[in-house]
Write a protein that binds this ligand. Structure first.
Ligand code: PHE
Length: 452
């Protein structure tokens, strides 16, 4: 395939791993995963989620990195070039286009929630959690959601932080940010884990998350778990593909994938354990939903030793995680603009910032003024964006990538790019051709009510 010149690359494989882990580890692990586990009955959800990561997530992550690295282009032109190489139709570029759009839609709500996190950093640091009871925590959160202006300001700040990194480019921006933020994130996580083991109820937390109870595995929980496997590993929308496109040849895709998938899953599980052990130690409710870390955790921090410091650290951790994910949400669009037009990266970042800023305002309003505005499936704007991307666009993107790699591309090219041993390759290929697509299709059919 013809090569595109003037493209930046990661300095080495570790910066690629850090950046991809940075993309994967985000609000999905720390905000969503614990509350989804809480709502979906604990261990049952965790088990199905782990199965989805192993059967669909890991093979697909290898697939997406492979597509990106082979193409050495943004996801839209990349799919086009790969399709041409395989003598297939140019329509495959729509996988890239859909991904690009999904990234922008996700950032629309992601940055609003990340904005809440920034606000909670300040709240925790100023000692607001001290002595907080359930009623007060709820009132604070409700009052906060009822003030659009404040929410918009925080959302604006987060968009600015994201675009500030993206505008600087792959090496000076993405790579540099991840090199600083990710080690800091791991360090804070260790401190918080130690803290929750010391003062929390770790035993109940572990029981809640790991005692298998298959009676609680409902079809709805399976769909959520699959969608969340995609969301959590950043799959199906080209973020991993574009990161893969900055990867040099000869770096093992299989090995890097394992590091990223293990780090992402471990962070989800460890944060869940830490959060629930604080929740149980204070006799609070695990199934609090999206407000879990905003309404429930402050109560826990408010009554524990060094709670303000630990609460601050916790929200700083979440902010870092969200930041490194957000930059990967827009990178496919930025790469596409800069590789197709004379527009500079800075300008492109500004343009995308405007789009997502406006989208975020609509999301903010869906928590107050526009609470009753319903879009798809009778959901409000926030829920529509979340469900549309997580449960439909990402799995669909992943399904198409799997079909493309498994059935359309020439085996020779795929093998060359993956460079793994014969048996491992056979296993991967079988999974990507049959298991992953069938799992996704089965769940889609259920979603649309075709199988009950
Ligand atoms: N993986 C990120 C998280 O868990 C979200 C994300 C999804 C980022 C898709 C990029 C692409 O928070």
């Amino acid at each position: 395939m013809t090569q595109v010149t003037h493209r930046s690359h990661w300095t080495n494989r570790w910066t690629f791993i850090l950046a991809t882990a940075g993309s994967a580890i985000g609000l999905g692990n720390i905000w969503k995963f614990p509350y989804m586990t809480g709502v979906n009955g604990g261990s049952a959800f965790v088990l199905v989620f782990l199965a989805c990561i192993a059967l669909v997530g890991i093979p697909l992550m290898m697939c997406e990195i492979m597509l990106g690295r082979r193409a050495q282009r943004n996801p839209v032109d990349g799919m086009l070039a790969l399709a041409a190489e395989a003598n297939a139709a140019g329509i495959w570029k729509w996988v890239g286009i859909m991904g690009l759009i999904a990234g922008l839609l996700i950032l629309g709500f992601y940055s609003v929630i990340a904005g809440w996190i920034l606000d909670y950093v300040v709240r925790a640091a100023s000692g607001m959690f001290k002595g907080m009871d359930g009623k007060l925590a709820q009132e604070h959160f409700a009052a906060f959601l009822a003030t659009p202006l404040e929410l918009i300001l925080w959302h604006t700040l987060f968009i600015a932080m994201t675009m500030g990194v993206v505008a600087r480019g792959v090496n000076a921006g993405l790579e540099q940010a991840n090199k600083i933020l990710m080690p800091a994130l791991f360090a804070i996580l260790l401190v918080l884990l130690g803290y929750s083991m010391a003062v929390g109820n770790f035993a109940d937390s572990a029981r809640f998350m790991f005692t298998p109870d298959f009676s609680k595995v409902t079809p709805g929980a399976v769909l959520s778990a699959l969608g969340h496997a995609f969301f959590s590993l950043s799959l199906g929308m080209g973020a991993v593909m574009v990161y893969g496109s900055y990867l040099q040849p000869h770096i093992s895709i299989a090995r890097t994938t394992m590091y990223v998938a293990i780090a992402d899953t471990a962070v989800g599980l460890l944060v869940g354990l830490a959060i629930f052990s604080l929740v149980f130690a204070n006799g609070l409710e695990p199934a609090a939903g999206p407000g879990l870390i905003f309404q429930t955790l402050p109560i826990a921090f408010g009554s524990m030793p060094a709670g303000s410091l630990m609460g601050t650290l916790f929200f700083v951790l979440v902010a870092f995680a969200a930041w490194t994910s957000a930059i990967s949400l827009v990178e496919p669009a930025i790469a596409w603009i800069t590789e197709n037009t004379p527009i500079t990266r800075k300008r492109a970042a500004l343009m995308i910032a405007m789009v997502d800023w406006l989208l975020g305002i609509a999301v903010v309003l869906s928590f107050n003024e526009w609470k009753d505005v319903k879009l798809l499936f009778g959901l409000n704007i926030f829920d529509t964006l979340d469900k549309l991307t997580t449960n439909i666009m990402l799995p669909l993107g992943g399904l198409l990538m799997a079909i493309f790699a498994g059935w359309v591309m020439q085996t020779r090219h795929v093998r060359e790019e993956l460079g793994i041993a014969v048996r491992a390759y056979a296993l991967w290929r079988f999974t990507i051709r049959f298991i992953s697509p069938l799992a996704i299709v089965a769940i889609f059919l259920y979603l649309f009510g075709l199988i009950k």
